[in-house]
Design a binder for this molecule. Structure first.
Ligand code: SAH
Length: 222
């Protein structure tokens, strides 16, 4: 891939990325750190060539294997909710690597990212994308994220990109005290809602945010 392709032209150019940032601001995203990283990260390299010209639209796009790259607003919103009230993060666990776009955004904002994916070819794609961007603070695991990733626990932050019906117990256990988890939780009667769970000394505090539409959180490896 050439530098020109990485930077993009026309519908994948810096101007197009700048317009996406203006839209995110209109939609209510305020965290400067998040806006800055999304402005400089080429989202078009994370999707297939045929979809590159649509990479900066505010929509989810197919990435193969029945999965989608989350829409820019959702990536921005989840990252903002994770970082709010915090100045620095050491370790963040991501469940649902997908094509690695959210992973790349996180890797620019925290010290270390640990990312788990249950579909191996997607994990491989994500690796190649983040290598192109020369991000070297990411570790990948091919596993069922229901189990978290015990080896590096506890995590200051956990971000989940697929919707379970209940928050997996292992993820709660692997969250550090004062750590924050952002996760879409499905209610069988009431759609999905973005939750932020903060671990306190001896409990968990739950806040509810935007209604969302995520792919389901599935058990086992594929
Ligand atoms: N942030 C990603 C979102 C991908 S969609 C992106 O922007 O590309 C959600 C991903 O979660 C899919 O790749 C899906 O395979 C994965 N997933 C679903 N359930 C999972 C589980 N139990 N463990 C790990 N990954 C899971």
């Amino acid at each position: 891939m050439t530098l020109r392709h990485l930077q993009g032209i026309g519908m994948t150019s810096q101007r197009t990325r700048d317009r996406m940032i203006s839209r995110l601001i209109e939609q209510g995203i305020t965290d400067e750190r998040v806006l800055k990283v999304m402005q400089s990260t080429p989202r078009h390299i994370f999707v297939d060539e045929a979809l590159a010209s649509r990479a900066y639209e505010d929509t989810a796009l197919p990435i193969g294997y029945n999965q989608t790259i989350s829409q820019p607003y959702i990536v921005a919103r989840m990252t903002e909710l994770l970082l709010e009230n915090k100045n620095s993060f050491n370790k963040v666990l991501e469940i649902g690597t997908g094509c690695g776009y959210q992973t790349a955004i996180l890797a620019n904002l925290v010290d270390e990212v640990y990312s788990v994916e249950r579909i191996l070819p997607l994990q491989k794609k994500a690796k190649s994308h983040t290598e192109l961007l020369k991000l070297n603070n990411i570790r990948y695991s091919y596993s069922d994220g229901s189990w978290g990733w015990q080896d590096y626990a506890p995590y200051d932050g956990i971000l989940v990109a697929a919707a379970p019906n209940q928050v997996p117990e292992a993820l709660l256990q692997q969250l550090a005290v004062d750590g924050v988890m952002v996760i879409p939780v499905a209610d069988p009667d009431d759609g999905q809602v973005l939750q932020r769970i903060t671990r306190t000394e001896n409990n968990f505090q739950v806040e509810q945010f935007d209604p969302v539409i995520f792919v389901p959180f599935l058990a086992g490896k594929e």
